[in-house]
Design a protein around this ligand. Structure first.
Ligand code: COA
Ligand code: AMP
Length: 636
């Protein structure tokens, strides 16, 4: 690590005086009342940042830029190859849209602290809705469009929203996904019922409306605008929640991560300057989805807080129309940075291995590609570097942290890239690699990756209405440390390598999924006696789920028929995003003598890797049976 360089100096400054460091970073934010106290260790599970400050995130994302002369600069560009449309909103226009929508929400009785669930595709209104909530102090929770009704219902039940904002459909290249029937079904399933659903009718699907509950989004916003109605920014405590992203836990019940207002803004602004190196007025493309944390932070909040221009891309890396889609976006919008998941680059490479589509585009302003969401395999990273001829920066973070834990701080200085490593800890993060007893392991040795408390601004202070679950899930295993549930190692230069999860979470095309949640669905099928889901290697998506099932005796259905039903069931209960296509019937599951299913060994067999026979295995012959079942499907 270059201790002499800018990174070493800045990280050292944070280490020497964390509060001083964040106090200085906080000066880049417009506060309503600025923080007198930076950190209070006595509040919350491990302390709270900026406990006495008040602010408004929407003000920092929009109003202040209009005030400071950026009104005519594009804030958001919607580029949608799936609908064949493009639109541009300047900061002034976006402020009008958001203020009017916020007034509509107030009319619907939404106030400070109320939750609002968003079930939205990649349309500008999704960003307007997030900011409209922020403006009036409501707490939004965006549910990814690829989740099915039951997953949406679980989130509605946990967040208990007063209002739900939804569009009538999302558009996948292969089909139009009608959201309204899924929404109606979710409300039916949920014990909590929202008062109102504000429905954005898209031209592709005109949904029928519930007589009393549903209201027409466009009509209400148009009426509010016609009356000149705008909601003003409401003062919010820095520690008040801004949004709740739900993320996979180890059971079917997702965790509601709490994101605060003040720390979130401070940390995101810092990353724009020092990690991504994107300046006000420049263009950033984050090809993710507003349903994921990456979309919250780097499609919506960070670029806008920075006064940059964000591109909201409603399309895919390939097939809309081809593997040159990202190059077109970068050239056309003059982007300086693209941020996406490695899986997108694996998909592009498969379609166009020699990057023949690239030379047609002018990428002269393009400075760096950022990858996150899953491990960037060195092969893909080096390929991207070779074709793009700019730094390709892997960086590691989690929904829980809201911004990168480990990265290569381009804005400060580009550290040497070691493919396979997201580089070094960002200020705020004291990252350590420990053994099961919490003792640091030597450099280069695999262990659990943990973060010394307190977590920095932006990281979760707790889980939504589940303080005990927060402590139990993250803080209990290694006292004084946050357990990331990722495993890896730190090399002698201080570079962090993240190799995989220590829990049952798998990462499919950059989407975080719980195998435990899938097992719950498989086990609910009447023919299934027991089951195990593991993530097996996939050349494009990184991993794909594979379900091994043992059928109850006396089942008359053929195994093939049950397998087909199981695939359909996971799609129906969790959603297409689970990408669950492999159900394999086996005679029995490999277990230890104490009855623990040997999932890790099954995964190794499926991936064709060598494995050591577990000493405690009940019957080693079962592993051969698993191998044969996989072979029958052309796997293993
Ligand atoms: N709404 C409804 N359905 C959706 C959806 C959405 N927003 N997003 C994905 N789906 C569906 C897809 O249509 C697909 O359905 P299918 O089974 O009928 O084909 C299924 O969910 C699985 O989607 P996905 O895993 O994304 O695979 P894909 O084949 O559609 O695309 C990639 C493959 C690699 C191109 C794609 O996964 C990709 O670009 N991923 C980027 C990852 C990302 O944004 N990660 C966020 C963290 S940075
Ligand atoms: P999510 O909360 O959906 O952002 O997923 C977070 C998880 O994805 C992490 O805990 C890691 O397991 C994985 N992940 C994200 N980014 C990276 C990365 N750059 N390298 C390795 N794993 C990553």
């Amino acid at each position: 690590m270059t201790e002499q360089g800018r990174y070493g100096e800045v990280y050292g400054r944070w280490q020497a005086d964390p509060e001083g460091f964040w106090a200085e970073a906080a000066q880049a934010i417009d506060w309503i009342s600025s923080p007198q106290r930076i950190f209070d260790p006595a509040q919350g599970a491990y302390g709270r940042w900026f406990p006495d400050a008040t602010c408004n995130t929407c003000f920092n994302a929009l109003d202040r830029h209009v005030r400071d002369g950026r009104g005519e600069q594009p804030a958001l560009i919607h580029d949608s190859p799936v609908t064949g449309t493009k639109s541009v909103y300047t900061y002034a226009q976006m402020l009008d849209e958001v203020s009017a929508l916020a007034a509509v929400l107030q009319d619907l009785g939404v106030g400070k602290g109320d939750r609002v669930v968003l079930y939205m595709p990649m349309v500008p209104e999704a960003a307007f809705a997030m900011l409209a909530c922020a403006r009036i102090g409501a707490v939004h929770s965006v549910v990814f469009g690829g989740f099915a009704a039951k997953e949406l219902a679980t989130r509605i039940e946990d967040a208990t929203p007063r209002v739900i904002l939804a569009a009538t459909c999302g558009i996948e290249p292969s089909r139009v996904v009608e959201y309204k029937p899924l929404l109606d079904q979710a409300i039916e399933l949920s014990a909590h019922k929202p008062q109102t659903c504000l429905i954005l009718q898209r031209p592709q699907v005109e949904a029928s409306m519930h007589a009393t509950r549903d209201k027409n989004w466009r009509m209400l916003v148009a009426a509010a605008k016609a009356q000149g109605r705008r909601a003003e920014c409401v003062p919010i405590a820095a520690t008040d929640p801004l949004y709740i992203p739900y993320t996979s836990g180890t059971t079917g019940k997702p965790k509601g991560v709490v994101r605060d207002n003040g720390g979130h803004m401070v940390a995101l602004k810092w990353t724009m300057d020092n990690l991504y190196g994107v300046k006000p007025g420049e263009v950033m493309i984050t090809a993710s989805d507003v349903g994921w944390v990456v979309g919250h932070s780097y499609i919506v909040y960070a670029p806008l807080i920075q006064g940059a221009t964000s591109v909201l891309y409603e399309g895919k890396p390939v097939g809309t129309p081809d593997a040159g889609a990202f190059w077109r976006l970068i050239a056309e919008h003059k982007a300086v940075v693209l941020f996406t998941a490695p899986t997108a680059f694996r998909a592009i490479r498969k379609e166009d291995p020699d990057a023949t589509l690239l030379p047609a585009y002018d990428l002269s302003r393009f400075r760096a590609l950022f990858l996150a969401g899953e491990r960037a395999d060195p092969d893909t990273l080096v390929w991207a570097q070779d074709i793009l001829k700019v730094p390709v920066i892997d960086h590691w973070w989690q929904t829980e942290t809201g911004s990168p834990i480990v990265g290569n701080p381009l804005g400060l200085e580009l550290l040497p890239v070691k493919p396979g490593s997201p580089t070094v800890p960002m200020p705020g993060y004291d990252v350590q690699c420990v053994d099961e007893g919490g003792r640091p392991v030597p450099a280069g040795t695999m262990g659990a990756i943990v973060i010394k408390l307190p977590l920095p601004p932006c990281a979760l202070p707790t889980l939504w209405q589940a303080d005990a679950r927060f402590v139990e899930s993250y803080l209990a295993a290694y006292p004084g440390y946050y357990n990331t549930s990722d495993a890896g190692f730190i090399d002698a230069d201080g570079y962090v390598f993240i190799m995989g999860r220590t829990d049952d979470i798998i990462n499919v095309a950059g989407h975080r999924l719980s195998t435990g949640g899938m097992e719950e669905v498989l086990a609910s099928h009447p023919a299934v006696a027991e089951c195990a889901v593991v993530g097996i290697r996939d050349t494009i998506k990184g991993e794909q789920p594979c379900g091994f099932v043992v059928l109850k005796s006396g089942i008359t259905q053929s195994p093939d028929a049950v397998e087909r039903e199981l695939v359909a069931l996971v799609r129906e209960k969790i959603g297409p995003v689970a990408a669950f296509r492999l159900a394999l019937t086996v005679g029995r599951l490999p277990k230890t003598r104490s009855g623990k299913i040997l999932r890790a060994t099954m995964k190794k067999i499926a991936d064709g890797e060598d494995y050591a026979m577990p000493a405690t295995i009940e019957d080693p012959a079962v592993l051969d049976e698993i191998g044969l079942a996989l072979k029958a499907k052309g796997l293993g």
